[in-house]
Design a protein around this ligand. Structure first.
Ligand SMILES: [Mn+2]
Length: 464
């Protein structure tokens, strides 16, 4: 429902949602997995809710048999629901494609009843809302256990939580992912999370290293840039796929990356993720220009500099429009008018001009005529501002709460001064009070260096 009232872009989200669900049918998927933020607004409009239900009813209901089983206790997986079982096993519903989703930060639970927009879809039998927790201090995640043939998937999820709070829960060791009792290592462990992945501040993101290393694939929601090809986290040895949003909501470079959905095939512990490009997503082109880099064309002192700059900008926009048209050729599903953004760095004595008249020229050709141009001043070298984190040295810190993870990796909480930090370490040796660790996660560039550390060690559980 993003920009649903916009005359040009108003239907974009609905059209693309339709395309995605149509792909699910055409590819005969077993189920659809959403990473949260199905809705843009916490209280979606009647039109948005109606469009969404229409698409889901059209594609997700029918006689096609569902061939996977659920082995976990559904009353636990869907305990917050009035109908705590998966929709396709409801005898009053005829589901052909079950949809599983966690909630995002846009459509998170609110109000005294703690309901969110996808709970309405859940109550209507169209969606299976999982990854919901009651406590704000502690998370215990019970996976939905799925089985088809010899392949078994343990599906974990955490619906969106404020990043700082979840960060703190991880630091305090309050996030537990429960493992299946039988044949723990025989499962493909799939985890859906909806949090900041890129670092916005010290604690308002979730480092991948916080996540358990028994996972096989992490589906990272929330982030809009499509980085869907699974990337291996070399420390945790799992893969991360970031599908990105299906609609462009900000005119920033990350959104200009071609949008895809993923068709995930899992067999035993093996997986393959096929990228499927979305055809209906509006094109978006963004370009940066720095006026001071073109002394041959204009300089701030010239009497008619503004006209020259305008003509220059116009030329750049026209270039992007031509490129958009070239790429759109032969694809009838792609909307005609692209999104265009030109970021103009006007530092060095230039003046910004009124964009109204400029926009008029493109009013029939672009989807965002009012916001084509964005004037910016030379960006400061931000790197110098950030302070560097100091790695723990040989003194005055305490390691406690060591928990064994896998083989020689341990998770430890360092306390030095009043600072709390959690680090993942490869243990070289734990002998008495001496610990030699290789620190695997540090926020700055000191990563992966070997530190010798001596301190007071209190081991809550013995490693190895
Ligand atoms: Mn989000």
């Amino acid at each position: 429902g993003y920009l649903e009232k916009d005359a040009i872009r108003g239907n974009d989200t609905f059209v693309t949602f339709d395309e995605i669900m149509k792909q699910a049918v055409q590819n005969e998927v077993d189920f659809v997995l959403l990473g949260g933020d199905l809705f843009h607004d916490n209280k979606p409009s009647r039109k948005t809710m109606h469009c969404c239900m229409e698409v889901m009813r059209k594609y997700c209901m029918g006689d096609r048999p569902i061939v996977f089983e659920i082995l976990s206790d559904q009353a636990v997986n869907f305990s917050h629901s009035k109908f705590p079982w998966v929709n396709y096993l409801d005898s009053n519903l005829n589901i052909s494609i079950p949809v599983f989703s966690v909630h995002g930060n846009h459509d998170d639970p609110t109000g005294a009843d703690g309901l969110c927009a996808i709970d309405l879809l859940s109550c209507a039998g169209l969606i299976n809302h999982f990854g919901r927790s009651r406590s704000v201090e502690k998370l215990e995640i019970s996976p939905v256990l799925l089985k088809k043939g010899n392949t078994r998937i343990a599906l974990y999820g955490i619906g969106s939580i404020p990043d700082e709070r979840l960060y703190r829960m991880f630091i305090n060791n309050q996030v537990t992912m429960l493992r299946p009792r039988e044949d723990e290592d025989g499962w493909f462990n799939l985890f859906v999370i909806h949090q900041n992945r890129s670092k916005h501040g010290a604690t308002n993101y979730i480092p991948e290293q916080f996540l358990d290393d028994f996972l096989d694939l992490v589906v990272w929601g929330h982030e809009h840039e499509c980085k869907i090809a699974p990337v291996r986290n070399e420390q945790q040895l799992f893969y991360v796929t970031q599908p990105g949003s299906s609609v462009i909501t900000s005119l920033s470079p990350g959104e200009a990356v071609k949008k895809h959905i993923g068709l995930l095939r899992v067999k035993g512990k093996k997986m393959n993720l096929q990228k499927i490009p979305l055809q209906t997503v509006r094109q978006f082109f963004i370009q940066d220009v720095t006026l001071s880099e073109h002394p041959d064309l204009f300089s701030p002192e010239q009497p008619n500099v503004m006209l020259k700059v305008m003509a220059f900008c116009q030329e750049k926009v026209e270039e992007m429009l031509e490129e958009a048209e070239r790429q759109r050729l032969g694809n009838s599903l792609t909307p005609e008018k692209p999104l265009i953004r030109l970021r103009v760095d006007y530092s060095g004595g230039f003046e910004a001009f009124n964009t109204m008249r400029f926009s008029q020229k493109f009013v029939d050709q672009v989807a965002n005529p009012k916001e084509i141009l964005h004037f910016i001043r030379h960006r400061e070298a931000k790197d110098n501002i950030k302070g560097k984190e100091t790695p723990p040295q040989n003194e005055n810190f305490v390691i406690n709460h060591i928990t064994p993870c896998r083989s020689k990796t341990v998770k430890a909480l360092f306390v030095f001064g009043t600072q709390f930090k959690i680090f993942w370490m490869k243990t070289r040796s734990i002998k008495g009070m001496k610990v030699i660790v290789r620190i695997l996660h540090l926020p700055s560039d000191v990563q992966s260096r070997l530190y010798k550390a001596t301190g007071t060690l209190s081991v809550s559980e013995k490693n190895e």
